[in-house]
Design a protein around this ligand. Structure first.
Ligand code: C2E
Ligand code: CA
Ligand code: CA
Ligand code: CA
Length: 274
């Protein structure tokens, strides 16, 4: 038994060591990727009830020279815990600027693009200031970009009067609450935030037409959000039956593989011609 204990302890420490090592390796790779501009943005359209594109969400993409495509589910958490998300967030704005310019040159008038904003980018005053400075120097105007923030316990930050959320809104930028239903925000916060959009997480959206509980929850959220004059976006719409149910509920916008996967900037134009 003692022998087994030692072996499993060794195995345990080996596993921790490996996990730590791969996390550090990933962190270094992100640093290199930022320096060598390995990141790009893909764009997923958001559709209204008539299946017209009304906006896009920009999603970070990373093509590593040897690993190939690395999923945001893998690199965003490491970027957040290492603080590199601050640099990545600034790089994302620059990528959006580049893509907007590319579209403009080709005569493409793109609707507002939503960029994901991590709470780690909002916490420290110097990070907020660099973000605002980047917006200014890139001339990203409120008609160009809006921001998505995941609802989280950090919403309590809005108790501070100089809250970044209110700063951005004061400058005219639209904000969306992302992944709604998976976090901790209360109705009181929803009311105080006064966000333009509410994005219902795909956990509640997928299969809602066949699930009475999901259907009831989403329908209620749509009603509450509309009462607060928010635009409701359903995420992860994959099934025609779910789309039909969402349209019947009056959900304003839908986004999901059932409509379109995120596409590289070159493919945005063809989504806009109707
Ligand atoms: P998110 O903000 O909730 O973005 C939506 C995610 O759902 C995207 O995954 C998108 O590809 C995926 N998706 C869209 N439609 C469907 C669908 O019908 N079914 C399913 N199963 N998935 C769908 P992605 O691109 O892998 O991004 C994952 C997460 O990484 C994002 O979740 C966001 O939280 C984060 N992320 C991505 N790009 C950025 C970024 O530039 N900055 C920050 N801070 N976070 C980012
Ligand atoms: Ca998002
Ligand atoms: Ca989301
Ligand atoms: Ca998410």
């Amino acid at each position: 038994a003692k022998r087994l204990g030692v072996d499993s302890f060794q195995q345990f420490t080996t596993e921790i060591g490996e996990a730590l090592h791969s996390r550090l390796a990933l962190e270094n790779d992100i640093r290199t990727a930022l320096a060598e501009e390995q990141f790009s943005l893909h764009y997923q359209p958001q559709y209204d009830a008539q299946r017209r594109v009304q906006g896009f969400e920009a999603l970070a993409r990373w093509r590593h020279p040897t690993r190939g495509w690395v999923s945001p589910a893998e690199f965003i958490p490491v970027a957040e815990s290492s603080g590199l998300i601050v640099e990545l967030g600034l790089a994302t704005l620059a990528l959006l600027r580049r893509d907007l310019d590319g579209w403009r040159v080709r005569g493409i008038n793109c609707p507002t693009v939503a960029i994901n904003l991590s709470w780690e980018q909002c916490r420290k005053p110097q990070h907020r200031e660099r973000f605002l400075q980047q917006l200014r120097s890139l001339r990203l105007e409120p008609q160009d970009v809006e921001f998505e923030l995941t609802e989280s316990a950090d919403f309590e930050d809005i108790d501070t009067p100089d809250s970044f959320i209110f700063t951005l809104q004061g400058l005219g930028y639209g904000l969306a609450i992302d992944d709604f239903g998976t976090g901790y925000s209360s109705l009181a916060y929803l009311r105080r935030m006064r966000c333009r959009k509410l994005k219902i997480d795909r956990l509640f959206v997928h299969g809602l037409s066949a699930n009475a509980d999901s259907h009831m929850l989403v329908e209620s959220v749509v009603r509450v959000a509309h009462a607060m004059r928010m635009v409701v976006v359903a995420e992860g719409v994959e099934l025609p039956a779910d789309e039909a149910a969402l349209v019947t509920m009056g959900c304003d916008l839908m986004q999901g593989f059932g409509f379109c996967r995120p596409v590289p900037p070159e493919e945005v134009a063809q989504l806009l011609v109707t």
